[in-house]
Design a protein around this ligand. Structure first.
Ligand code: DGL
Length: 276
């Protein structure tokens, strides 16, 4: 039986669109609700408890909207809240992000891998467990790229500031022999052209989004919760930020076509529409 209920997807801002575009390609018949929590972006420097509360508020909103599954399209929110969300909402399937250390460790030839992620992601137990399980014998060089999320939020993907941040992160990694770079923040795939320009063609840059999209398909299929294959899917974009026009301009650019963006508002810990 076809299940036309939507799939909820969220991030602190526009970064999760890098996951959403892979989800759209993998699951073109699904209806997606995308929430950018721009009232609280960036999540990376916040304490994990704060990010957990925000993730819970967004999840409750998406469940009120009938979401049949939720993709936490944010490494930071996954690090802070994935375990908690699965415990708190046991009937809802969650798909989260974790830095792609496993495929990097499996394919690196130099044995040196760079990981770019936010401070909160590096502090979380999820990252520690990924490193413990998969990084054996691989040297991981970590960098938080301070300020890069804000540059991408502003749509400045190739500006001087982004270039300076990434050069400072990647040059020392190259000097140590890195041959693989893991993008452990969903904003960063939008900077791949710049990253690839800095590291050169011989370094592999891993965007985990396609793997996350395939995992989402498996999760929905296992629950017989896929929509009818012939159904036309859709995406509805929301922001908690105050300037929907500015958000629409940046999102449209990243998405590759004009988008309409609707406003959501936090009232304490509850997220809702104007009259919700
Ligand atoms: N896109 C996010 C991530 O994957 C969050 C970045 C931020 O808000 O700091 O970690």
């Amino acid at each position: 039986m076809a299940d036309a209920r939507p799939v909820g997807v969220f991030d602190s801002g526009v970064g999760g669109l890098s996951v959403l575009r892979a989800l759209r390609a993998e699951l073109p018949s699904e209806h997606f609700l995308y929430v950018a929590d721009q009232a609280n972006v960036p999540y990376g420097p916040h304490p994990l408890e704060k990010v957990r509360g925000l993730a819970e508020g967004i999840t409750r909103y998406l469940l009120r909207r009938g979401a049949k599954a939720i993709v936490v399209a944010c490494n930071t929110a996954s690090a802070a809240a994935l375990h908690y969300l699965r415990e708190t909402f046991p009937d809802t399937p969650f798909v989260g992000m974790e830095p792609a250390v496993k495929p990097a460790a499996e394919t690196t030839r130099s044995g040196v891998v760079g990981v770019l992620a936010t401070p909160a992601t590096f502090q979380g137990k999820l990252y520690a467990s990924v490193v413990e399980r998969f990084a054996r014998g691989t040297r991981l060089l970590e960098h938080t790229c301070p300020g890069l999320v804000q540059e991408i939020e502003a749509g400045r993907l190739t500006g001087e500031t982004a270039r300076a941040i990434l050069t400072a992160a990647l040059r020392p990694m190259l000097a140590e022999g890195v041959d693989t770079v893991v993008l452990g923040c969903t904003h960063y795939p939008f900077a791949i052209p710049l990253i690839q320009e800095i590291v050169g063609g011989n370094v592999r840059v891993i965007d985990p989004a396609p793997a996350v999209a395939r995992q989402t398909r498996r999760v929905l299929a296992a629950r017989e919760a896929l929509n009818a294959p012939e159904a036309p899917g859709s995406v509805t974009f929301y922001t908690t930020g105050g300037d929907t026009a500015a958000t629409a301009a940046v999102m449209g650019r990243l998405w590759g076509e004009p988008v309409e963006v609707l406003r959501l508002q936090w009232r304490g810990e509850r997220l809702g529409e104007g009259n919700d």
